[in-house]
Design a protein around this ligand. Structure first.
Ligand code: 5GP
Length: 351
């Protein structure tokens, strides 16, 4: 007989922060910079732990160049050549501490990872990324990478439950990516019926990771700066964004003009668009679990970054956290039935 877990599991939109009395005068008093020491690599990270996803359109070198100026992080997508890597890192040495090399679990992926890290010893982060982090094969792969790169900080995922977070940390990963199905261009929940509401996944996985001295990255499902704050409030050490950073000058892909309006394509990494681009076609045994959307061009990403950072700083002042690292300790979420009044949303003409 199937088991049913009757505990309520929540998404970002099911909660709001309860404000708390605070001595902070303004959001300028809030420090978003975090210092984090990783469990397995023993390396120390300094930065604002908001991360561009390793998708074609957000994990670009152009994105990394701009985001690193704000001390934000970028997981670079896995389709650049070794030569392109070397050229970027030579030209942008200050960005190198804010980027990760992404890799899948194929032998070809591992060989390329070795080449890139061999060519650029300054790179400290590896992002091992599979749609389903529950396979034994993935755990074995994480162990192999840890054996070969003892001093690199390894991000690995994706999973949504505490026991798998623990297994990956004990296998050598430092930061576990959390999220199955919440992504803006993800269709996993529709195609497979599998998933976990993101806020609850983050709360449960953070508890598991922190108990072992590990860390987690909330990956997917943020639609606005308030969601980014909620992910941190729930205990995420890093928050990864795809859709919120898509559609900008720095995002990959051509600018499309239609009837005088500008758009950019944004697509899931297992959408047929991505598969056709990188592999030639959707493999027969798997359904495409991503979609392709055309979104309005949003200009330079720096403005969006300022908006996100301003929002997160403001959250911190409402709950009295002078540092981002204090936010989850000062968070009380209240469950809500409605979080936003959208009576005029169809008439919006600006901020
Ligand atoms: P977003 O911030 O857009 O809501 O979510 C971004 C995340 O969605 C990515 O970091 C990645 O984990 C996930 N993602 C990207 N492409 C796909 C896809 O094609 N299918 C699925 N299931 N998830 C995807």
């Amino acid at each position: 007989m199937p088991r049913i877990d009757n505990d309520v599991k929540l998404d970002f939109r099911d909660v709001l922060f309860r404000p708390k009395r605070s001595t902070l005068k303004s959001r300028a008093d809030v420090d978003l910079n975090c210092q984090i020491t990783f469990r397995n690599s023993k390396k120390v990270y300094n930065g604002v732990p908001i991360v561009a996803a390793n998708m074609d359109s957000t994990g670009t070198f152009e994105m990394a160049k701009t985001l690193s100026q704000f001390s934000l992080f970028t997981t670079i997508h896995k389709h650049y050549t070794v030569e392109e890597w070397v050229a970027f890192c030579k030209a942008n040495p200050e960005a190198v501490k804010h980027i990760a090399v992404s890799s899948g679990t194929g032998e070809g992926d591992l060989a390329k990872l070795k080449q890139i890290l061999g060519a650029i010893p300054e790179i400290e982060f590896i992002c091992l990324d599979v749609a389903n982090g529950y396979s034994e094969h993935f755990v074995e792969f994480v162990k192999r990478v840890r054996d070969q790169f003892a001093e690199h900080t390894i991000m690995a995922g994706n999973v949504v439950t505490g026991e798998m977070v623990e297994e990956l940390i004990l296998s050598g990963a430092d930061i576990i990516k959390v999220g199955i199905g919440p992504g803006s261009v993800c269709t996993t929940r529709k195609k497979t019926g599998v998933g976990y509401p993101q806020l609850s996944a983050v709360i449960e996985c953070a508890e598991a990771a922190h108990g072992l001295g590990g860390h987690i990255m909330s990956d997917g499902g943020c639609t606005c700066p308030g969601d980014v704050s909620k992910a941190f409030g729930a205990g995420a050490d890093f928050v990864m964004l795809g859709g919120m950073l898509a559609g900008h000058t720095e995002s990959g892909g051509d600018l499309i003009e239609q009837n005088g309006k500008k758009f950019k394509l944004f697509y899931g990494m297992s959408s047929s668009t991505a598969m056709k681009k990188h592999v030639g076609a959707v493999a027969e045994y798997r359904a495409s679990e991503g979609k392709t959307v055309q979104i309005a061009y949003r200009g330079d990403v720096a403005d969006t970054v300022r908006d996100i950072l301003g929002g997160v700083r403001s959250t911190c002042t409402y709950v009295g956290a002078s540092k981002l690292g204090e936010l989850s300790g000062r968070t009380t979420f209240i469950r809500v039935n409605q979080q936003i009044n959208d009576v005029y949303s169809a008439f919006n003409v600006g901020n």
